[in-house]
Design a protein. Structure first.
Length: 210
């Protein structure tokens, strides 16, 4: 079975305009239009970070009805004046049900989601918050031969490293090992406060996000 790899990074924001401005400030490029997630009441913008990797700016869609459930990526906890942040990451799986079943942390149920003509399976915790202080990845499975990054404009950005900072690094390592995550771009390190830091290569050099 192929290993899980970094699929995309999620920047949460109180609205898409604030998230797009924050990304452009840090990376020098504004994300392009994405679309709506009808089952979650959210919408997004996208930025390519490689052939099969991208960055997503995601926010609550003010034009959509409340989904009647917790929205993903902890968006319900964001206040109107919250600062945009690199809040989550998503790992691509070839067998999401098998990988999720091996997880020592509760990653949530596996659900079918859509955005426009795109469809996929993704793990979503019941409360919308990723375990391990937000460092556990959501698992995603795309249909064979389909990936959003292939449709995005190429601005010469590449994800070089994603740092997972946590007070208990062995716990993070156990989770990633159990679900079969193998990606040379990942780094796990100890820190007093949990967080994500992405190092992204741009035409102007390495940019830091997080």
């Amino acid at each position: 079975m192929p290993p899980c790899r970094i699929d995309h990074l999620a920047v949460t924001a109180p609205d898409l305009a604030a998230g797009a401005a924050w990304v452009k400030q840090h990376l020098g490029v504004a994300p392009q239009g994405g679309g709506q997630h009808p089952r979650m009441g959210t919408h997004n913008l996208l930025l390519r970070l490689g052939a099969h990797t991208y960055l997503e700016v995601i926010a609550i869609d003010p034009a959509a009805p409340h989904p009647g459930r917790a929205r993903w990526f902890g968006l319900d906890a964001l206040g109107e004046d919250a600062a945009p942040a690199l809040s989550a990451w998503v790992a691509r799986s070839a067998d999401i049900h098998a990988d999720a079943a091996r997880s020592p942390e509760a990653l949530g149920g596996i659900e079918a989601m859509s955005r426009g003509t795109l469809e996929w399976l993704i793990s979503i915790p019941a409360d919308g918050r990723a375990p391990l202080d937000g460092l556990a990845p959501a698992l995603i499975q795309w249909p064979a031969g389909s990936h959003p990054a292939e449709r995005l404009d190429d601005h010469g950005l590449q994800l070089e490293t994603l740092e997972l900072l946590h007070p208990d690094p062995p716990r993070v390592e156990r989770l990633l090992s159990a679900i079969g995550v193998q990606d040379e771009r990942l780094r796990i390190a100890g820190a007093r406060v949990a967080g994500l830091v992405a190092h992204i290569r741009s035409p102007a050099g390495i940019r830091r996000l997080g």
